[in-house]
Design a protein around this ligand. Structure first.
Ligand SMILES: *Cc1c(COP(=O)(O)O)cnc(C)c1O
Length: 378
C-alpha cells in the first residue's frame, strides 16, 4: 500500500475563500479596491495596530519599510540567520546590512550582538521573529531607544505571535508580513506592513503606488507593489481562520514536544516565558554527534518513513555569494552552527492525529534505531 507522505506545509482553502474569490471575479473589479481596504482594516485590528498597508509580497513590505525609514549609506543591523530578503531589501533601499549573530535557543537576533555592531552610521535594527518565535523584544526596544534607532520587524513567519499578551504586529516602527503559501496565512503572494505612525502610513502608501500624491502627480519615486482584490478576498477568509490555525499549530507543537522529550540527539524548541510562539515552523536542533548521522541522512531517513522535513536555512547570510565581505565565520558561531543543525518537522494545522503520531514514530525510529542483534558470544 502506498502511504501518503506527510508534507512540511499545507494550505487550507475552503469554500469561504472560493466563494469570496468567485464574487470578486463576477464583479470584474480585480485591482486593489474596497476588499483590499477591508483587508487592511481588519488585519490592523487583529494585529493591534493603527494602520496596515497591503502589498504584493513580504519582500515588497520590507523594501518599502526600509525605504521609508532609512537613508542611502545608513547601516541596518540584521540577523545573520534569516531568509535573504530581510537583508537584501536593505541593499535595495540603498543602505548597508550589518549582520549580527543570533541566540541558540530562540534562533532570533542576540541583543548583545546588536550592541557590538552599532556604529555612528547605524540607523535601524531589523529583528526577525523566526519560525514564529518572537525576538527578544524588550532588550531590542531598549537598545533602539538608547541609540535612537528605528526598528523594522520581520514578522513574515509570525502572524498571530505575541509577546507578553501583545501581538507582534503592534510594535513600532514597522512590522512586515508575508502571505506566501507556506506562512501562517496566505493570499498566494502578498504582504502587509503594520504601523502606529500616521505619517509613515502615508509615506508607505505613496511608495506602494508610483509615489503619486494625487492622480498623476508624483512626489516620490515609487513602485507598483499593490495587492489585488482577488488576493484580498482570500486574505479576509484566511484572517478568519488564523486564530484557529494558530491554536492548532500550538497544540501540535505541544504534542510533538511532549512525545519527543528525551529523544537522544534531538533538541526541542523551547520558547521562553512570555513568548507566544505561533509555530510557523517546528524546528529541531540536531546533536549530530549524539545522533551519529549527518542532517541530510536524518532527512533522508525521515522521508523513507513518509515524513517531509525542511531546512531553514542551510547557509548563514554572511556566507551568501551576494553578501561577500560582510563578515567571517568566526563572527557568527551560533548562526554557523544552526545552519548545519536545524531541521523542521511537520506541525501545520492540517495534520491529522495519525499524521502527528507518524511524525513522532519516525523521529524516534530514525534517532533511536533498534540495535543490531547483539552478540553475546563475541
Ligand atoms: C517569507 C519571508 C520573507 C519574504 O516574503 P515573500 O512574501 O516570500 O516575499 C521575508 N522574510 C522572512 C523571514 C520570510 O520567511
Amino acid at each position: 500500500m502506498e502511504i501518503r507522505t506527510v508534507p512540511i506545509a499545507s494550505v487550507r482553502l475552503g469554500k469561504e475563500e472560493i466563494l469570496a474569490v468567485t464574487k470578486v471575479l463576477k464583479s470584474g473589479r480585480l485591482r486593489a479596491g474596497v476588499l483590499t481596504q477591508e483587508f487592511e482594516n481588519r488585519f490592523a485590528r487583529a494585529a493591534g495596530a493603527r494602520f496596515a498597508i497591503a502589498v504584493n509580497s513580504g519582500t515588497a513590505a520590507l523594501h518599502l519599510a526600509y525605504l521609508a525609514l532609512v537613508k542611502a549609506g545608513d547601516e541596518v543591523i540584521v540577523p545573520d540567520f534569516t531568509f535573504v530578503a530581510t537583508a537584501s531589501m536593505v541593499v535595495a533601499a540603498g543602505a548597508k546590512p550589518v549582520f549580527a549573530d543570533v541566540d541558540p535557543d530562540t534562533f532570533t537576533i542576540d541583543p548583545n550582538a546588536i550592541l557590538s555592531r552599532i556604529t555612528a552610521r547605524t540607523r535601524a535594527i531589523a529583528p526577525v521573529h523566526l519560525y514564529g518565535q518572537p525576538a527578544a523584544i524588550t532588550p531590542i526596544r531598549a537598545i533602539a531607544r538608547k541609540h535612537r534607532l528605528r526598528i523594522i520587524w520581520d514578522a513574515a513567519q509570525a502572524h498571530g505571535a505575541r509577546f507578553e499578551g501583545r501581538d507582534v504586529g503592534s510594535f513600532r516602527d514597522a512590522v512586515c508580513y508575508s502571505f506566501y503559501p507556506t506562512k501562517n496565512m496566505t493570499t498566494g503572494e502578498g504582504g502587509m506592513i503594520t504601523t502606529q505612525d500616521a505619517q509613515l502610513d502615508r509615506e508607505l502608501r505613496l511608495l506602494r503606488s508610483q509615489g503619486d500624491k494625487s492622480r498623476y502627480e508624483h512626489v516620490r519615486i515609487g513602485f507598483n507593489y499593490r495587492l489585488t482584490d482577488v488576493a484580498a478576498a482570500i486574505g479576509l477568509a484566511q484572517l478568519d481562520r488564523l486564530p484557529q490555525a494558530i491554536r492548532r499549530r500550538r497544540e501540535n507543537a505541544r504534542y510533538l514536544a511532549g512525545r519527543l522529550a528525551g529523544v537522544r540527539g534531538i533538541i526541542l524548541p523551547r520558547p521562553p516565558r512570555g513568548f507566544f510562539h505561533s509555530y510557523n515552523l517546528f524546528t529541531l536542533r540536531l546533536d549530530l554527534e549524539a545522533l551519529g548521522m549527518t542532517r541530510s541522512h536524518f532527512q533522508r531517513r525521515m522521508l523513507e518513513h513518509g515524513i517531509e522535513t525542511s531546512v531553514h536555512y542551510p547557509m548563514p547570510l554572511h556566507r551568501q555569494p551576494v553578501f561577500k565581505g560582510h563578515g567571517k565565520d568566526a563572527d557568527f558561531p551560533v548562526s554557523c552552527r544552526l545552519a548545519e543543525t536545524v531541521v523542521s518537522i511537520p506541525a501545520h494545522p492540517e495534520l491529522t492525529s495519525e499524521d502527528l503520531e507518524r511524525v513522532v514514530k519516525a523521529v524516534r525510529k530514525v534517532a533511536m534505531p533498534a540495535r543490531p542483534e547483539s552478540s553475546l558470544t563475541s
